[in-house]
Design a protein around this ligand. Structure first.
Ligand code: G6P
Ligand code: MG
Length: 214
């Protein structure tokens, strides 16, 4: 029986994936190369440092740790500039409604995101109050596909992993949920997220009925 829903943030609750993409692309372009939207899929759900390492690999560049820190900060500054302008209408269709319907049905809710910017985003779009627990990039050390972020969420909610469902748009996130022994609903394309128990286009297609059938 499902007792808790754990939501990824970027690409599930809000469409910040496009802002991450824009900022990383700008950084790559400044370094003299580019990467495709297909490559961008590999960055979803992946921590800031790990994303930078992948991008540098694609550009065939090697950097010192100090240089990497400067590059990651440069990207984050552009990203923060974009998220600071976010408004409540940027919550993805059906997301707020579905989280609310969980709460009304007595199902606990948590946020499970790798992002260190989660708090800012939740506050900008006005939904921080909707989650019983928030686990973000400041609270975890092992990046998805390690299940740490979701297991911490389940633990803080006091719900066993097998009674949790994770909502994820990233391959690494779907794998993290499976690695944690949880059910998972993929948000996006079945071609990419095939390992999930169910794949939908967005939370507007989710319902308590579908939740109970997982
Ligand atoms: C999420 C996003 C990733 C991002 C990561 C870290 O998982 O899907 O694209 O790199 O968070 O975000 P941050 O805001 O801490 O750089
Ligand atoms: Mg995501």
């Amino acid at each position: 029986k499902i007792k808790a829903c754990i939501f990824d943030l970027d690409g599930v609750i809000v469409d910040t994936a496009v802002y991450h993409y824009k900022a990383w692309k700008r950084l790559a372009n400044e370094l003299g190369f580019d990467f495709t939207e297909e490559d961008n899929e590999k960055l979803k759900g992946v921590s800031r440092v790990a994303s930078l390492n992948l991008i540098l690999q694609w550009g065939d560049l090697s950097k010192t740790d100090a240089e990497k820190e400067e590059l990651a900060t440069r990207k984050n500054n552009w990203y923060v500039e974009m998220i600071n302008k976010m408004t409540p209408d940027e919550v993805l269709p059906g997301a707020k409604e579905f989280v609310e319907s969980c709460e009304n049905a007595g199902i606990k809710t948590a946020l499970g995101s790798a992002s260190k910017n989660s708090r800012t985003i939740l506050e900008k779009v006005g939904i921080a109050h909707l989650f019983d627990v928030v686990i973000d990039g400041n609270k975890v050390s092992k990046p998805k596909p390690d299940p740490e972020v979701f297991l911490k969420g389940a633990e803080e909610l006091g719900i066993a992993p097998e009674n949790c469902v994770v909502f994820e748009d990233a391959i690494a996130g779907v794998e993290a949920a499976i690695n944690g022994g949880m059910k998972v609903v993929g948000i996006g394309s079945p071609d990419v997220l095939g390992k999930a128990n169910l794949v939908i286009n967005g939370l507007n297609e989710m319902s308590l009925e579908k939740l109970n059938k997982l």
